[in-house]
Design a protein around this ligand. Structure first.
Ligand code: ZN
Length: 534
């Protein structure tokens, strides 16, 4: 029995435990923290000892809102975002590195960030290849740019009409430019080879290591579906292939209405892969000027964005969530969208008691009343601090500088007593390394965007709060059992940093890297070149 015991000593351990924030040693038994505290108190320890050599240790990061399957697939594509790409010329150069592939794919461009201030077109992409089809997805996911080969495979020419709900951009002669919007994308995307269950699972399994390299020990998928194949099945197969993080899936309400698959087994939180909630959208995005806002978007008096759900639909979805003891999870960015969710449930009984029954995703622009009511009702907010950092051009263009500084008011949320979790929404943000939690933490602590723009001093939070929101706060909201704090009885999921996040200047937080990641006391990642841990 003593053989399984392991002691870590000489660490600068930040525990995320409110009662006992710091420690320098812990004893782990069968993957569980048996004791944590001051090593001077230990007498007669029998077992293996690991010297942390005075390095900073944090609990493993829990990413409460992300899209691992998309991220896994995007990781096979070219990132057309800063800090790699700043122009169409850069996009062409980067895509050229992929010319051996059957389909050349890129993601994440935002014309506002490109030197040319426009989307890449067919002529640009033909410079990369005229024989291989090329598809580059805009950061929003709703628009693609393709080359001439892709247009010809899709049969799109001058005479092709715009499909219902979509638009084929055309030049002054009526020729397609290569930019396809909304449903017009499908003309090309439907011609692409579909990934099999096996391939999806393998890609997820490959992702596991890069997540550990970022210190992420628990993940979520906020857009789970059973089309074209079931996400529980994909993730279960990925687990057999080596995905070892805990996964919480949130299924789209539209899909569940057709195929109500929730049951006692797939919602069981003890299972490393389980369904945690029902997901709906209450509006669009700030960058697409489709968030349901009030006041209107800058320079467009009549544009208040769009509402994409209703009180009735929210109540219906909540009823189903309640029957299965899972959460209602609603994407809401604009003031009106957040108000709709908060007011629909204001005064109604929560159905979950060890965490929030309702999560509002992004929560970019809550009114003070919404903040007060959400706090009162225990409704949680899940913002992504990397958004303001990476997508600052969109915020300035669509909201203006003053209003941008009041978005994602994390300090105000915390002061009001709202439960908050940080997350990345990776890969749905215009950053080449979208899942990196240290970029988000830096943004929350400095409230300065990547280009130096001030994003609101009054909403800055401390480093320890930012870490707590990515660990203990994220646990409370995802409800994954026994993680998020380094505390007796919890899983020994923790990370060792190359620099002390409490000592570096806030501007350097994004440069911090993870040297080692432990899951249940086991070393699952060791940075190249780092020796001597274990
Ligand atoms: Zn998302």
């Amino acid at each position: 029995m003593e053989m399984n015991k392991l002691m870590f000593m000489n660490g600068k351990i930040f525990t995320s435990n409110k009662e006992k924030k710091y420690a320098n040693a812990m004893i782990i038994h069968n993957g569980i923290i048996e004791w944590i505290g001051n090593q001077e108190e230990i007498q007669d320890f029998q077992g293996a000892v690991v010297d942390l050599k005075n390095r900073r240790v944090l609990p493993g990061i829990i990413d409460a809102h992300m899209h691992p399957l998309l991220l896994a697939n995007f990781s096979k594509q070219i990132a057309c975002t800063p800090p790699v790409v700043y122009s169409i010329v850069d996009i062409i150069r980067e895509l050229t590195t992929m010319v051996e592939a059957d389909w050349i794919e890129g993601w994440g461009y935002d014309e506002g960030k490109l030197k040319e201030k426009r989307s890449p077109n067919r002529q640009d992409l033909d410079l990369v290849s005229i024989d291989k089809p090329i598809v580059v997805t805009r950061t929003c996911g709703h628009i693609i740019s393709v080359n001439s080969k892709a247009l010809s495979i899709a049969g799109i020419n001058k005479d092709t009409p715009d499909p219902v709900g979509g638009k084929i951009d055309r030049d002054k002669n009526g020729e397609p430019t290569g930019v396809l919007r909304e449903s017009a994308r499908l003309l090309v995307l439907n011609k692409m080879p579909q990934l099999s269950m096996e391939e999806n699972a393998s890609r997820l399994a490959e992702l596991t290591k890069s997540l550990y390299a970022h210190g992420i020990t628990a993940i979520t998928d906020l857009m789970a579906s059973h089309k074209p194949m079931d996400y529980v099945d994909i993730y279960t197969l990925a687990r057999e292939k080596g995905l070892t993080q805990n996964v919480v899936l949130y299924y789209m309400w539209h899909d569940l209405k057709i195929n109500p698959i929730l049951n006692v087994e797939n919602t069981e939180r003890k299972n490393p892969i389980h369904i945690g909630g029902v997901k709906l959208f209450a509006d669009g995005s700030v960058s697409g000027r489709t968030a349901w806002v009030n006041p209107s978007f800058l320079g467009e008096e009549d544009n208040h964005g769009i509402s994409t759900t209703s009180e009735n639909e929210l109540l219906e979805a909540a009823e189903y969530a309640k029957q299965h003891g899972v959460q209602l999870v609603v994407h809401a960015m604009g003031e009106q969208a957040i108000d709709l969710v908060v007011n629909t449930f204001y005064g109604k009984e929560p159905w979950i008691h060890d965490g929030p029954s309702i999560r509002i995703e992004h929560a970019a622009m809550p009114t003070l009343q919404a903040i007060e009511r959400a706090a009162e009702m225990g409704i949680a907010f899940v913002p992504q601090p990397i958004f303001l950092y990476a997508e600052i051009e969109s915020y300035l263009a669509n909201l203006g500088s003053d209003r941008t500084k009041t978005t994602y008011p994390v300090k105000t949320m915390l002061n009001s007593g709202i439960s908050v979790a940080f997350s990345s929404d990776a890969p749905a943000t215009a950053w080449a390394d979208p899942v990196n939690p240290f970029v988000g933490i830096k943004s929350a602590v400095t409230r300065v965007a990547y280009d130096g723009t001030n994003t609101g001093d009054s909403e800055k939070i401390d480093v320890d709060n930012a870490i707590e929101l990515y660990t203990r706060g994220a646990q409370y909201i995802t409800r994954i059992p026994n993680v998020g704090q380094l505390i007796e009885g919890y899983h020994a999921d923790f990370i060792v940093l190359n620099k002390d996040i409490f000592e570096v200047s806030p501007e350097e937080i994004d440069q911090i890297s993870v040297e080692a990641t432990f899951l249940k006391g086991e070393l699952v990642y060791l940075k190249e070149g780092v020796s001597s841990i274990k």
